[in-house]
Write a protein of this length. Structure first.
Length: 197
């Protein structure tokens, strides 16, 4: 795409540059104007990469925050405002895919590490008893959490949702969910440690 200064003689491009400059000065009205003008286009660029409505909504929120916080970094000589914004949106969407792939690999690695040993390394009767005891201790500890903590931890650790996805599913603020998971995990660690000692 041509990014020479001549592309910016277009009055629409000029208006967009001014819009970004006002957003950089924390002008919320200009931010609203930007959203009405380009929100659908930005969402569409994200959705094409992700092909998942919930993920696209999450990433759209991240991009809007990024535009609000980084509008001052836009440089007209490097390209049109819309190009800058859609590139940012696509990059965030690609980051989301990579993040999910990493999480999926980690879950796979965890499952592989925790699969029973191969036939030549069959666990001993002691190992089986210890495993059963550990599972029992963990089950008992989980049952002692509050229902809210139990539900949040189940979604985050057993279903693999991000904290933002847990918050969305539970219709709770993200800060509340983060605190709930943190308190639940701390409580679990204390309960399990007390039983293991």
């Amino acid at each position: 795409m041509n990014t020479t200064p001549s592309t910016h003689t277009d009055p629409i491009v000029q208006a967009d540059i001014q819009l970004l400059r006002r957003i950089a000065q924390r002008d919320s009205r200009s931010f609203q104007e930007f959203y009405q003008k380009y929100g659908g286009l930005v969402f569409s660029a994200i959705a094409k990469v992700l092909n998942d409505h919930h993920d696209a909504e999450d990433v759209m929120q991240e991009v809007l925050v990024q535009i609000w916080n980084k509008a001052h970094l836009y440089e007209p000589r490097k390209g049109k405002p819309l190009t800058w914004i859609t590139t940012m949106a696509r990059n965030r969407a690609i980051d989301r895919i990579r993040s999910k792939q990493r999480r999926s690999r980690l879950n796979g690695d965890f499952e592989n590490e925790n699969k029973p040993m191969q036939a030549e390394f069959e666990p001993s009767a002691d190992d089986l008893v210890n495993d059963k005891e550990r599972h029992s201790i963990l089950r008992t500890a989980v049952s002692k959490l509050t229902p809210d903590q139990r539900e949040a931890i189940k979604l985050a650790y057993f279903k693999g949702l991000t904290q933002a996805e847990v918050a969305e599913q539970l219709h709770e603020p993200l800060g509340t969910v983060k605190a709930r998971i943190r308190r639940g995990v701390n409580r679990l660690e204390g309960l399990v440690k007390a039983r293991m000692d």
